[in-house]
Design a protein around this ligand. Structure first.
Ligand code: SAH
Length: 456
């Protein structure tokens, strides 16, 4: 199919219409929200929806969603999330997963997206052109574009790993695709993408030619929010036997694609590991929350650290970290399974000192309401982290809580500096690696902060 195949548009805001290409076993298109035709006559009783309704393949809208007056601006600015509270009314009766048009309260076309009545995020927008259908070729073109960007970034080496699709950052809200060598791990967080999984896998197979595509644990909370239940499974090809080994620079990491955290590895930290390692030479390094040893091994081998103590609370994670340290010949890495908070308190109490402390905790704030609590937790570990640093030591401190802003995080660091009476000189304020693009229209996609600082 040609890229960006165009379909004849229709007058925006003209309400639902029957489309000849739509499947005819579905409820009448001209039935209004109350099952009445626009002319007031009762509509024919719609057939009961099938248990698992196939997604309409035409990619054309079945309804028009009108936004409230004064609520349209973000969508003209290409923000892809239409919350239920922004909606004035719906002309038509879209089923979950249907393509709908978004229009101003006066009926002017804004964008085209996908409807999900089970989510507060009622419509996810994918297109901003009334003449383009949101169909399989449309998504295939988006996927080809995303893959081409990674090629341009030099991240297409089949022995390595990269994020090929980063949800809103690639205009594919609710879809994440990570490539680990010859395998793809797909994470779906929107019903819109779940209903199009087949088309997406077709496009991925055509573009990337993987040995297998695995569906990996959508964040459970998100799945609940979207009314999604997608168990992990192999969707195409075969699963790897045992861990997949991927290269990061001169190092190799074993990745557990079926049980690992995230989709298996923290690809977002790739460049931050390298940046930290550049400052690790001859230092004694503490890698707190080490997962499979990404920072620890990079600092030990590529960075020439004197020694590394790597700590994680998960025994599965520390087993991976130990294996990765051994695999890369990093004999000076000690791995411990322990609660990070207890472990740093103990290290601090015994007066231990390090030349570099890396803090990469899990998401502390899962929602906006939890920001204060999260900031207190960040303050606490950073405060103790500073105690453990010798004068002139390097602090590598991260936050992956999207709801904690960069400003909040820096203010927390400022407060820590004041409390400890030590200057924190920031050398770098980093984010996620460039294969995790963030849409300027959807800054909610910016979550990772990584500050590298020298502490006096
Ligand atoms: N730095 C890692 C990613 C860390 S993710 C990398 O680059 O790959 C956060 C880690 O914190 C997870 O591995 C999780 O198991 C661990 N974790 C969560 N709570 C913890 C706790 N209380 N104590 C120790 N580790 C914890």
């Amino acid at each position: 199919m040609p890229e960006g195949r165009r379909r004849p548009g229709r007058k925006p805001g003209s309400g639902p219409r029957h489309d000849a290409t739509a499947k005819d076993n579905r409820r009448p298109r001209d039935a209004g929200p109350e099952g009445r035709r626009p002319d007031g006559r009762a509509a024919v009783d719609p057939p009961p929806p099938p248990a698992s309704r196939p997604t309409d393949e035409s990619g054309l809208p079945t309804a028009t969603v009108l936004v409230k007056a004064k609520r349209a601006r973000p969508f003209f600015g290409r923000h892809p999330w239409v919350l239920d509270t922004a909606i004035e009314r719906v002309d038509g009766t879209p089923a979950d997963g249907d393509v709908v048009d978004l229009a101003t309260h006066e009926g002017r076309f804004i964008a085209r997206g996908i409807w999900n009545a089970s989510s507060r995020l009622r419509v996810r927008l994918y297109g901003f052109d009334a003449s383009v259908a949101i169909d399989a070729p449309f998504f295939a073109a988006r996927i080809r574009g995303a893959v081409a960007l990674r090629r341009a970034l030099g991240l297409d080496d089949r022995t390595g790993a990269a994020r090929l699709v980063n949800s809103e950052g690639d205009d594919l809200s609710g879809l994440i695709v990570d490539r680990y060598g010859d395998h793809l791990a797909v994470q779906v967080t929107s019903l819109a993408m779940a209903g199009r999984l087949d088309a997406i896998c077709d496009a991925l197979e055509e573009t990337v030619k993987p040995a297998g595509i695995l569906l990996r644990g959508a964040d459970r909370g998100l799945s609940k929010l979207e009314g999604l239940h997608l168990p992990d499974r192999v969707v195409r090809g075969t699963a790897p036997e045992g861990p997949v080994f991927i290269r990061e620079g001169k190092l190799s990491f074993g990745v557990d694609l079926t049980e690992g955290q995230k989709t298996g590895f923290y690809l977002d930290q790739r460049d931050n590991r390298r940046a930290a390692a550049l400052l690790a030479r001859d230092r004694r390094v503490l890698d707190l929350f080490c997962y499979s040893g990404g920072f620890a091994v990079t600092c030990a081998v590529a960075g020439g650290a004197k020694s590394v103590l790597a700590v994680d609370g998960s025994a599965k994670a520390t087993a991976l970290a130990r294996a990765n340290a051994d695999f890369n010949g990093a004999a000076n890495v000690t791995v411990e399974t322990a609660d990070a908070f207890e472990r740093i308190d103990a290290l601090s109490a015994s007066g231990e000192k390090f030349g570099m402390v890396i803090l990469d905790p899990p998401k502390f704030a899962r929602s906006r309401g939890a920001i204060d609590e999260a900031l207190r937790a960040y303050h606490r570990i950073n405060r103790v982290g500073l105690d453990l640093l010798e004068p002139g030591g390097i602090l590598v401190t991260c936050s992956c809580s999207g709801s904690v802003s960069r400003d909040d995080f820096l203010e927390m660091l400022s407060a820590v500096s004041q409390r400890a009476g030590r200057q924190i000189a920031m050398l770098e304020c980093r984010g996620a690696a460039p294969d995790h693009p963030v849409s300027a229209s959807c800054l909610e996609g910016e979550y990772l902060k990584c500050v590298i600082a020298r502490v006096a």
